[in-house]
Design a binder for this molecule. Structure first.
Ligand code: DOR
Ligand code: ZN
Length: 429
């Protein structure tokens, strides 16, 4: 079984490739990448004018299964990922039960495999039940396939526990994915603390609620030599702390979400609860700092923090609504339309942040077009214009503040292990 992609702009940052060329897939693997490949007996897909990349990795999604299947399950989440151009997704452990042992991790991995659309990699919790008091069994979770640990959704408030987590994870060369939030500073907060929180009359969450925990965790990473990864960075102060830590040789990486790159706290003025997210949408100066840091390479990855919720959980007073945005099916188009096409972000930089950036953090072999590797491929059509219609989402979560927005540049083909799993947003087979 041979399949030949012809005439695409091939962008593979890990291998230093950015050229118009062809790519041959044979028996599920990448067989050749070259300026021109000609074969008689191959199915040919013409990709003239399109961008072919290594399969995109989303290192931060909430698939909600087990326990919250009314919000999302592993099958619908996998379909959303495939439609959104992602070939590998890493799912957070804030399920019920929590992914805090080998059995639950195996369950998630097996469900992902059985769905058979994209690679689903579980993330184990840092603490049992994510209660913050006792470490989860890291070795057991690693054996069951966990690729990182995180208590995401909640911070690890106790410094001694975070210290031990970094120490333990280091033995397995695992990154600790930190949700940085001082709950005593963020309590009851609904949006970013600043001009607009005053105008809108909603209790604010100061940038400091994130930054004090980033500072603590960086100091603990320095103390232990562990690998720290900061989830969903949202403030300029966080970026400065990371910059300084790296200069000192501390092992720290970070990710940013599309919504924190594109929306400001002004958007909360609609009182549409789909703008409620944690960390909150920040002010323009923070958004600008995030954009610059992504272009510069200080930010390693773009991750969606895909957080699907049920309609009723958002269709209520702002104060009562759940936090989170359903992000898998809009991420690529948002970055293309709002950042790449207007010239705020180079396309290579975008592809890095969706491929080899997260792969390096997690120690994955994915994220590059190596000869002989499984053919995980994402193709983008920079010319397609579509509006965001949550009713068309594969995800059960229709909660997006981007609904109705017209975007240019969408993923048009997703291939996992040599099989086309989505085309033009439609799931195949
Ligand atoms: O907005 C958010 N939603 N932020 C988080 O940290 C957790 C997530 C969720 O699980 O809904
Ligand atoms: Zn999250």
């Amino acid at each position: 079984m041979k399949l030949l992609f012809k005439g695409a702009q091939i962008i593979d940052p890990a291998n230093g490739v950015n050229m118009v060329g062809d790519l041959l897939v044979e028996n599920g693997k990448i067989k050749a990448v070259d300026k021109e490949i000609n074969l008689d007996k191959a199915e040919i897909i013409d990709l003239t004018g399109k961008i072919l990349c290594p399969g995109f990795i989303d290192m931060h999604v909430h698939l909600r299964e087990p326990g919250f299947e009314y919000k999302e399950d592993i099958t619908t989440g996998s379909r959303a990922a495939a439609a959104g151009g992602f070939t590998t997704i890493c799912c957070m452990p804030n399920t019920s039960p929590v992914i805090d042992n080998g059995a639950v991790a195996s369950f998630v991995r097996d469900r992902g495999k059985r769905t058979g659309l994209v690679n689903v990699l579980p993330i184990g919790s840092i603490t049992k039940k994510q209660a913050g008091n006792e470490l989860s069994p890291v070795a057991e979770m690693v054996t069951a396939g966990c690729i990182a640990i995180s208590d995401d959704g909640k911070p690890v408030m106790r410094g001694d526990i975070m210290r031990n987590a970094l120490e333990y994870a280091k033995m397995f060369d695992l990154p600790v994915l930190a949700h940085c939030e001082d709950l005593n500073l963020s309590r009851d907060g609904q949006m970013h603390e600043g001009y607009y929180s005053t105008i809108y009359g909603l209790k604010g969450i100061p940038a400091a609620a994130e930054e004090v925990m980033v500072a603590r965790d960086i100091i603990l990473a320095g103390l232990t030599g562990g690998r720290l990864h900061i989830c969903h960075v949202s403030t300029s102060g966080t970026l400065e702390l990371i910059r300084q830590a790296r200069q000192e040789g501390i092992r720290v990486t970070c990710e940013v979400t599309p919504h924190h790159l594109i929306l400001t706290d002004q958007a909360v003025g609609s009182y549409d609860a789909d703008t409620k997210v944690n960390p909150p949408l920040r002010s323009l100066e923070h958004v600008q700092a995030l954009r610059e840091a992504l272009q510069e390479g200080l930010i390693d990855a773009i991750a969606t923090d895909h957080a699907p919720h049920q309609f009723e959980e958002k269709d209520c007073e702002y104060n009562l609504a759940m936090s989170g945005i359903s992000g898998l099916e809009t991420a690529v188009a948002l970055i293309m339309d709002c950042l790449v096409i207007p010239g705020y972000l180079d396309i290579e930089q975008m592809v890095k942040a969706f491929t080899c950036g997260p792969a390096a953090i997690l120690g994955l072999k994915q994220g590059r077009l190596d000869i002989g590797a499984p053919a995980d491929i994402t193709v983008i059509d920079p010319e397609i214009v579509k509006s965001v219609d949550p009713a068309q989402f594969n995800s059960k979560g229709k909660n997006t503040p981007f609904k109705g927005m017209n975007l240019k540049g969408w993923p048009c083909l997703t291939m996992v292990g040599g099989r086309i799993v989505a085309r033009d947003g439609q799931i195949m087979g």
